[in-house]
Design a protein around this ligand. Structure first.
Ligand SMILES: Cc1cc2nc3c(=O)[nH]c(=O)nc-3n(C[C@H](O)[C@H](O)[C@H](O)COP(=O)(O)OP(=O)(O)OC[C@H]3O[C@@H](n4cnc5c(N)ncnc54)[C@H](O)[C@@H]3O)c2cc1C
Ligand code: SF4
Length: 326
């Protein structure tokens, strides 16, 4: 590992203003340290932000605010989350392990980097790690890679389970930039598609800090499910995941939310399928039709043709599980 200095930030102001260009923030360190050990990230200094960012979960009439330093495990135990935003807890519990969730922070989770094997192997070309070097996955091992929204430059997927739930719940990210200006980025615009800049995972301005995630109140708590299909039942990233949520009135769907992980460079919302479900009966026939609508845009790579049928099954099962909650 390259030598680095370590500073504990004394305030948000000092973290933002005193940060060198070659520095990186560190929260739980569960992703960043792996990247440093493998020579993918090589910061000259680390700025520890654990004691200056909020670790509080606060609710009001408008919704819930989750401080960037709230640990993933704390989110899965919080009564307000479990009562009003259970989809978030379900998604987090589908990821990593209890030990990692105890360390992982809310801000760090949504900023974790792809698990594409070539990104971690510094002996291979990878446009995300080394822009302009090529993409080894597009014609190589791409079983775990994207099936929508990818480019010739990069076919990686975003690995965070929590982010899939936050996308489905229309969350917002409150940030503070290096000029100390606060901004709100809608979650749907937070992560990027690779296009011709695959080295950029998201739209967080350089040097900015995530302060909190804000989730507006919704009527999806009673009928929601997170389904993760993976190679092992624990400690494995999603081949395909589905966050499904329905607002039901009698047997009819007033509103639907459907998002997926393991399919794109960002958490992917299936807007057309959601629109189709609105006003329909909550039954298998309509769930299957919604899944077919989602599948229309899917373009598998050489090694992941199985993801289409897998996604269809996951969407139908996720929607069924939403109804079975009642
Ligand atoms: C073995 C293993 C299995 C895993 N399995 C899963 C899984 O199945 N599903 C899943 O979703 N995740 C999984 N993870 C990933 C884990 O969830 C992430 O590593 C964790 O959420 C990252 O949070 P952190 O606080 O440790 O981030 P760190 O490692 O501290 O930071 C990650 C990045 O975010 C930046 N950063 C952190 N906080 C802020 C902030 N507030 N503002 C600006 N920048 C910030 C850091 O500079 C760094 O670039 C797994 C990890 C491991 C090691
Ligand atoms: S898919 Fe992206 S991360 Fe993977 S090798 Fe290609 S450029 Fe690198």
């Amino acid at each position: 590992m390259r030598p680095f200095t370590f500073n504990k930030a004394e305030s948000i102001h000092k973290a933002l203003s005193g940060r060198k260009v070659t520095a990186q923030y560190i929260a739980g360190g569960t992703n960043l340290l792996d990247l440093m050990k493998k020579h993918i990230s090589q910061p000259e200094s680390l700025v520890d932000v654990t004691s200056v960012l909020s670790n509080k979960i606060e609710t009001d009439k408008k919704g819930i605010s989750i401080g960037a330093m709230v640990r993933n495990s704390a989110l899965t135990l919080d009564k307000n989350i479990l009562d009003d935003f259970p989809l978030l807890a379900k998604a987090i519990l589908a990821g990593a392990s209890p030990q990692i969730r105890n360390m992982a922070s809310t801000g760090g989770n949504i900023l974790q980097r792809t698990r594409c094997p070539y990104f971690y192997d510094v002996t291979t070309p990878c446009n995300k790690r080394n822009p302009g070097s090529g993409c080894s996955a597009i014609k190589g091992e791409n079983r775990m890679s994207a099936i929508v929204g990818y480019s010739e430059q990069c076919v990686a997927v975003h690995p965070s389970d929590m982010s899939v739930a936050l996308a489905a719940l229309d969350a917002n990210v409150l940030i503070i930039d290096k000029n100390q200006k606060e901004q709100i980025i809608p979650f749907k615009d937070f992560h990027r598609l690779p296009g011709d800049r695959p080295e950029l995972d998201n739209n967080l301005p350089p040097g900015a800090l995530i302060q909190s995630i804000e989730i507006p109140r919704n009527a999806f708590a009673k009928n929601c499910a997170y389904l993760k299909v993976r190679d092992r039942d624990s400690y494995a990233f999603a081949l395909v995941s589905v966050a499904a949520a329905l607002e039901l009135s009698g047997g009819k769907i007033r509103a639907a939310r459907l998002a997926s992980g393991g399919v794109a460079h960002k958490p992917w919302r299936w807007y057309e399928a959601e629109e189709f479900l609105k006003g329909k009966e909550a039954n298998i026939k309509n769930f299957e039709e919604a899944a077919e609508i989602a599948l229309k845009g899917v373009k598998p790579l050489s090694g992941n043709g199985f993801k289409g049928p897998m996604l269809k099954g996951a969407i139908v099962t996720g929607l069924k599980q939403c109804v079975e909650m009642q």
